[in-house]
Unconditional design. Structure first.
Length: 333
């Protein structure tokens, strides 16, 4: 046998991190995913045009990882997690706080506010904070605001992913903008920058506004994903309140005539109770009427009450002095 400076082959394997095939277990769902098909346990990039709904999607991902609620009918593989949101935009932490409050996920994350471009020394401190404080995952919103260098060039992205993000050693969600380039009048479905933006991620999530309805009221959005694990997701949704999104079945806005009488009666009763409530927040209204309608406060605030607004049974008041809601045009008092 060849002579070596090391006592045994095992010592050399340990130093280099070489693992034998028989020592590896087959990966489980929880090994690959936080939310199957959407957020993986390594690196995920979420991108889209401005105002497409990226941060709304991120808020609902946070809520799912926090308390285990479904994300577009997808059950998270892991929950009870607490994250760190690195905010490159000024005051972005307050926007996230409001959205998470609206969907009953207060306290799910902490924030690094107004981060700006992050130097290598700061990345070292962030890595130490993740380890020492004990964050389960990190969100960087948005990447183009923190990358040190020309975001069109490859090298800054390579350093960002291979050195800085990798050093965090926890699942990381990176939010980026879509490219503003177009071909033959078609909107680009690529992230801003170059191939380095997505080359090192394990899952890509695109959020975009469908059709030519960018400036329409509650335009239909689409979320679609692809991953190295061969599992993709497509969902249509609308935004009905800051932080609150509803899936395709609510996005189609069925009219009361399309509903059976029992469902219509129950929705009308919930709407009347909500309109009578003097609570100043959606959460407060939901908590006040939950026991009377036999539905959880979380379901009411995150889904049912926004749905009743979207179909015209409720209207949100601009002035919350007399309560959040008034009767909508389709509610018979």
């Amino acid at each position: 046998m060849e002579q070596s400076l090391f006592d045994t082959p095992e010592v050399l394997r340990d130093i280099l991190g070489i693992v034998k095939d028989e020592d590896l277990d087959l990966p489980t769902q929880a090994d690959n995913w936080l939310i199957p098909g959407v957020v993986c346990t390594t690196n995920t990039v979420v991108y889209g045009q401005a105002s497409a709904g990226k941060s709304m999607i991120i808020s609902n991902i946070i809520a799912s990882l926090f308390d285990g609620r479904d994300f577009f009918d997808i059950q998270p593989a892991q929950s009870g997690l607490k994250g760190l949101v690195i905010c490159s935009d000024a005051k972005a932490e307050f926007e996230y706080k409001q959205r998470l409050h609206n969907i009953n996920a207060t306290g799910a994350v902490e924030y690094m506010a107004d981060a700006g471009v992050i130097t290598p020394g700061q990345w070292g401190m962030i890595t130490e904070a993740v380890r020492y404080i004990g964050y389960d995952y990190v969100i960087i919103d948005h990447a183009t605001g923190v990358v040190d260098g020309d975001v069109i060039a490859r090298e800054p992205w390579q350093r960002f992913w291979q050195e800085h993000v990798r050093s965090l050693n926890v699942p990381t969600i990176v939010v980026a903008h879509s490219s503003d380039s177009a071909f033959q009048g078609q909107v680009s479905h690529r992230p801003m920058g170059n191939s380095g933006v997505t080359q090192f991620s394990r899952c890509e999530v695109e959020v975009f506004t469908k059709g030519n309805t960018k400036f329409a009221s509650e335009p239909l959005r689409e979320l679609r994903t692809k991953s190295r694990y061969g599992q993709g997701v497509v969902r249509n949704f609308r935004i009905v309140d800051p932080g609150i999104i509803v899936g395709e079945e609510q996005a189609e806005k069925p009219t009361p005539k399309q509903r059976d009488n029992e469902t219509l009666d129950k929705n009308a009763r919930i709407a009347r109770l909500a309109a009578r409530s003097k609570a100043s927040t959606v959460t407060g209204v939901a908590e006040e009427i939950a026991s009377e309608v036999g539905t959880s406060a979380r379901t009411l605030s995150a889904r049912k009450l926004p749905e009743l607004v979207s179909i015209g049974l409720l209207v949100k008041n601009q002035n919350k002095t007399n309560g959040v809601y008034s009767p909508g045009p389709k509610l018979k008092i």
